[in-house]
Design a protein around this ligand. Structure first.
Ligand code: MOS
Length: 626
């Protein structure tokens, strides 16, 4: 048995990323951080031994209480994905002062934790200077690129294998501390592999989470609801040891045609675990506040919420001045309204009841940006068995990559899917980008199309055995010239018990666009999965921080609730066909994240329509309706 602590752990080659610089000194950045590891033959022995360790700490001043008036609030240099922290165009204050109607409200979303079914797990083994990691990750190449410098290794000496992954939702989009715990630990095991799996409880401190957000939203409009100003000021938390700046206000820069716009982001630095990506970072928390505010504006102006959005639909992207590649939000709102039976909605709250239940309907817009990652290569080899082996280091995190990339390859090589043998999830395969930002299908697919084209150009449709080609996916030139986003409309019907406040989502419909849909079955599942997670965000998910210690107290499935089958009564997703010429050779955009965006706002707006109570802080628990 071996015990590793900062006294004897190998020194990291690069400690710039403090989340990954564990066991390097005696300081503790937050409660729950790794301060040591026990290696033993079985997990039971290791856990028992770890529980026997007695640690003495010298307490230091610390602060784990998130609040909008935190004295340490600061403006980060930029927010995630490289967006400017603050933007301003026109004179929003003058527009607010002159407006016939103003909505000025504050909306908050709590910390939420990614909870993939499979915990984050790494098996590490050294053979000489070569490290092999079997890792549950959204990107084998990403783990190698990020991990190698920390471990002081040449990336060529790190082999990451991850063919099947039990979910991620962003928490496996980059390696977290467990990877750089397992790798040095395996150095101390006489060549035997070392396995480390986070417990569910540990995932609440060590695998990232969605930062809480507080958004003050101000809308200025004329009597008819035509917007003259949109102002969104966001405060969110970050860990003191590593900055994470969720891009929460960014979608307000392009959703509506308001001529005067201002957005800001401020961070409260706390002694807490490091926030990270969680399904649709930025768009997802953003589309709660402003989309509820739009509902409030519709109510204040006496305009239907769908009509209000139509009146404020921009012709071009207000921020860049570029044309939208494919917007059509009005079409989705109208199509959804027809299918959902929007005409049954009474705009007056509390107008519809069924025995003890108050019934309401709500709508919200949804959006997600489209990007295609250029850093992708793929290869095709033709074998003696008549099978085309297609290789790309892509990831399937339960999203259908195995199926969909096989289909793309079969189409491109013009052979039945049975003749495609796909290989993914391994750094030994051609370089691929992470399964994140809803970029996977289009980015990997572009590389597969490129290599299939190259293969057929060289070898035709009757290739010789052993024929082989490798090619690179292209960058997307339209990314600079057009505003590329997907849009959607979320509709919800809720019933709320007048006596108990119990809220149920009776019906939900999402109408989305994602360019060409390659596999309707996996696509529908992705959309509905996102909406289901949106129901969780609306009704259940809430990581409760104990501000004395900076630890999430409800750190298991008994107390951190996510929706189960009984919570989903009738959820449906449809899409309007839309081959997107600006998205690239496949005509497809991404579908992984748009399904969650706007879902909580639609449910909160439905809850208002049912009860007349405007709840501006998630989740919508029963107590808030009493
Ligand atoms: Mo997703 S949060 O971009 O993995």
């Amino acid at each position: 048995m071996t015990v590793l602590t900062h006294f004897n752990a190998p020194k990291s080659a690069d400690t710039a990323d403090a989340e990954l610089a564990i066991l390097q000194d005696a300081n503790v950045g937050f409660r729950g951080q790794f301060i040591g590891a026990v290696l033993a033959r079985t997990p039971e022995i290791a856990r028992e031994a770890a529980a026997l360790v007695h640690v003495e700490y010298e307490p230091e001043e610390h602060d784990a209480r998130f609040r909008p008036d935190h004295p340490g609030l600061y403006a980060p240099e930029q927010v995630n994905a490289g967006f400017p922290t603050d933007t301003s165009s026109g004179d929003a204050d003058a527009a607010l002062a002159d407006a016939a109607v103003v909505v000025d409200q504050t909306y908050s979303t709590p910390p939420e934790h990614n909870n993939p079914m499979e915990p984050h797990t790494t098996v590490a083994q050294w053979v000489g200077r070569t490290l092999t990691l079997y890792d549950s990750t959204q990107g084998a190449h990403t783990v190698r690129q990020t991990g190698a410098p920390v471990l002081g290794l040449d990336p060529a000496d790190v082999h990451v294998i991850s063919p099947h992954v039990g979910g991620g939702f962003g928490s496996k989009g980059m390696p977290h501390a467990h990877v750089v715990l397992a790798a040095p630990a395996a150095k101390c095991s006489n060549g035997r592999p070392v396995k480390f799996a986070l417990t569910r409880q540990q995932m609440f401190s060590l695998a990232g989470y969605r930062t809480p957000t507080i958004a003050r939203v101000r809308l200025a409009a004329d009597d008819g609801g035509k917007l003259s100003a949109v102002v969104v000021d966001v405060v969110e938390q970050t860990s003191k040891i590593r900055e994470f700046a969720e891009q929460t206000a960014v979608p307000s820069r392009m959703m509506c045609a308001a001529p005067n716009r201002r957005t800001t982001h401020r961070l409260a630095p706390l002694d807490i675990p490091v926030p990270s990506w969680m399904r649709a970072p930025g768009e997802c928390p953003h589309m709660f506040g402003p989309e509820v505010a739009m509902d409030e504006l519709a109510q204040a102006c006496g305009v239907d919420p769908i009509e209000l959005r139509i009146r404020n639909e921009p012709g071009i992207d207000p921020e860049s001045g570029n044309r939208f590649g494919s917007r059509h939000l009005i079409n989705y709102l109208r199509a959804g309204a027809g299918r959902f039976g929007w005409e049954q909605r009474n705009p007056r709250p509390r107008a519809r009841t069924d025995k003890d239940w108050l019934i309401g309907m709500g709508v919200a817009a949804s959006t997600y940006p489209f990007r295609r990652q250029p850093a992708n290569a793929a290869s095709v080899a033709f074998g003696n068995d008549g099978i085309y082996t297609v290789q790309i280091g892509a990831a399937d995190i339960g999203t259908g990559t195995w199926t969909v990339q096989t289909q793309i390859a079969a189409d491109a090589l013009q052979v039945p899917v049975e003749r495609i043998h796909l290989e993914i999830g391994d750094t030994a395969l051609p370089q691929a980008s992470v399964a994140g930002g809803s970029t996977g299908t289009a980015s990997w697919g572009a590389a597969i199309l490129a290599v299939a084209g190259a293969f057929r150009a060289q070898f035709g449709s009757n290739p010789v055995r052993g024929a082989r080609a490798q090619a690179q996916g292209s960058a997307n030139p339209d990314q600079e010239k057009f505003a590329l986003h997907s849009f959607g409309a979320q509709f919800a019907q809720v019933r709320i018990n007048a006596d108990t406040g119990e809220i149920r989502v009776s019906r939900m419909l999402g109408v989305f666009s994602a360019g060409r849909i390659i596999n309707p079955r996996t696509a529908r599942s992705r959309f509905i999965g996102g909406m289901t997670m949106g129901i969780g965000m609306a009704l259940h998910e809430n990581s409760v921080m104990d501000p004395r210690f900076g630890i999430i107290v409800n750190h298991d499935f008994a107390e951190y609730h996510i929706p189960t089958n009984a919570d989903i009564e009738d959820a449906d997703a449809i899409w309007l066909e839309d081959h997107d010429e600006h998205a690239g050779p496949l005509g497809a955009r991404g579908i992984g994240e748009i399904g969650i965006v706007g879902a909580a706002a639609a449910i909160a707006n439905a809850a208002y329509n049912a009860t007349g109570l405007r709840i501006r802080d998630l989740p919508l628990t029963a107590d808030k309706f009493l």
